[in-house]
Design a protein around this ligand. Structure first.
Ligand code: BG6
Length: 499
């Protein structure tokens, strides 16, 4: 291993596998999958006799490799790869040109897998738009590539997994007709983030949190993903999706299940997922008459971020001038069970906000009495903040004494950034690809979870579907109408990420 890796290269060794990427010429492949595979090889987490087989069309082999090389430099500049390393890496590559709807593509893929080596393990990664998932699964099935006679066959499905409950059910049905549920890995990259996984360690490997982790001590919980980027080149998808589908149904609700679930009996995929689904089943249905009170939707107008002027959403390429798609969404959930009765979980996300920050904020109840203040003004409530990114780590917001001859108190934040203790953390795609290779589905969503989360959001989708107008916020600001009201009954209100 050369000097460039500073972080820990831990993880179970993987078996030789043929990694087949559908959509190998696309953006996800070059931004995320290839950098993750480079790092995994470097760390010894990708078996060196594995193959990476790209299925794509419209490019020569060399053009494809060239675009991957440029992709690493652009999207993962921290990977300062030496020439030899790149050569070793691309020695693992093969390409199968072809159309996804064409049966011969799968037959050629089967031939390629047969001839390149003796491994039978295969991981099929669908880095393609969702309308192709069923076609790919069916093509693999017809070509006999889904049979697990000689080795494992696993398929990775990217989000969005459906656009609502009906489409998610349909997709589950179509996939399960040709594959066993155990072969399907529905990826949610938030679950691969170090800090999200660490939440489980903090919760279930420490004894100080559990006694406080309930309605008796916690006032409310905020789970957020603020982004400063806009929709980039994805108008086509985003116009149909909006922030609720794009970020809340998948990432934020998944995180909510980990925050709220009971301790599983063991750390196995089904034990964890059984607890997560119980949380989703306990989420109170959104009554149509409460949706206005419990949700916020807004869209960015032009503004300034990091001193750069940015366009309004409706001026983005491919967005219709009268679009009412939300680029900001917030919803207040209640989990009707013994632990969480009455505690609001407010999930919010938006694009073109002042900065990119994702956090889980646990706000405790206000101390009952203040003997330090002659007027008895209560001290500020404590908060435990899990920073998902950037600067992964944990922070505890406490009141502390101002130095000197006074009992005046001020907010003091104890921060424990991971980087200080552990160095850089792995990218979520490395973690998740590694888990697929070792067959650990703990961090992947099961069919029932996906359907349950869509079913929770159905009333909101229904209420929002015919919207013709939407509130605007200036890009680069936190001025979102309705957010203060949404937090009116939450101690200290909306926590806007400050650093
Ligand atoms: C994706 C969404 O799933 O997550 C994007 O489709 C969003 O719209 C991205 O930008 C955010 O991921 P991260 O890891 O940067 O928070």
């Amino acid at each position: 291993m050369n000097e460039r890796v500073t972080r820990q290269c831990l993880g179970e060794p993987t078996e030789p596998t043929n990694i087949v990427i559908f959509g190998a010429g696309g953006d996800l492949t070059k931004r995320k999958l290839i950098p993750a595979l480079v790092e995994m090889l470097h760390c010894g987490l990708l078996h060196p006799t594995s193959y990476i087989i790209g299925v794509l069309k419209g490019r020569t082999y060399n053009e494809w490799l060239d675009s991957l090389y440029r992709g690493i430099h652009k999207y993962a500049p921290e990977i300062d790869m030496e020439d030899q390393e790149w050569q070793d890496f691309i020695a693992m590559f093969k390409m199968v040109p072809g159309d996804l709807q064409d049966d011969t593509t799968y037959a050629e893929l089967a031939d390629a897998l047969e001839t390149i080596n003796g491994h039978s393990n295969a991981l099929f990664y669908c880095a393609v738009p969702p309308e192709w998932y069923t076609t790919i699964a069916t093509g693999l099935h017809k070509a006999g590539l889904a049979d697990e006679d000689a080795g494992y066959r696993r398929i990775v499905i990217e989000k969005p997994f459906g656009m609502d409950l009906d489409s998610a059910r349909k997709l589950n049905g179509e996939l399960q007709r040709v594959l066993d549920e155990s072969q399907i890995y529905r990826i949610d990259h938030y679950l691969g983030k170090e800090s999200v996984q660490n939440l489980l360690i903090y919760r279930f490997a420490n004894s100080i949190l559990e006694p406080l982790w309930n309605r008796n001590y916690i006032d409310h919980i905020q789970i957020s993903a603020a982004e400063s980027i806009g929709i980039e080149y994805r108008a086509n998808y985003y116009e149909k999706s909006g922030a609720l589908r794009d970020m809340m149904q998948s990432h934020l609700m998944q995180v909510m299940t980990l925050v709220a679930m009971e301790p599983p009996v063991e750390f196995t995929a089904d034990a964890v997922r059984d607890e997560k689904i119980k949380v989703l089943r306990a989420v109170r249905s959104f009554a149509p008459e409460n949706i206005k009170k419990q949700t916020v939707a807004a869209q960015y107008s032009a503004g300034t971020i990091d001193n750069n002027s940015v366009n309004s959403y409706v001026a983005e390429d491919g967005v219709s001038a009268d679009s009412a798609t939300e680029t900001f969404a917030a919803a207040k959930f209640y989990i009707d069970n013994w632990r969480w009765q009455g505690v609001p979980f407010v999930l919010w996300t938006g694009k073109r906000l002042p900065r990119r920050v994702s956090e889980i904020v646990i706000r405790f109840r206000t101390p009952p009495f203040n003997m330090f203040d002659p007027e008895g003004k209560p001290p500020l409530a404590n908060a435990l903040v899990f920073r998902v990114h950037p600067d992964e780590g944990i922070a505890l917001r406490m009141n502390a004494k101002v130095p000197g001859l006074t009992t005046e108190m001020r907010r003091s934040v104890m921060r424990a950034p991971y980087a200080e203790e552990w160095g850089d953390v792995s990218d979520a795609y490395e973690v998740l690809l590694h888990d697929v290779l070792i067959g650990d589905a703990t961090l992947f969503s099961r069919a029932d979870e996906v359907e349950e989360s869509w079913s929770i959001l159905e009333p909101i989708l229904e209420a929002w579907k015919d919207r013709i107008a939407i509130n605007r916020y200036h890009a680069g600001t936190w001025d979102i109408e309705g957010m203060d009201e949404l937090f009116a009954d939450c101690v200290l209100g909306w926590h806007k990420p400050m650093y």
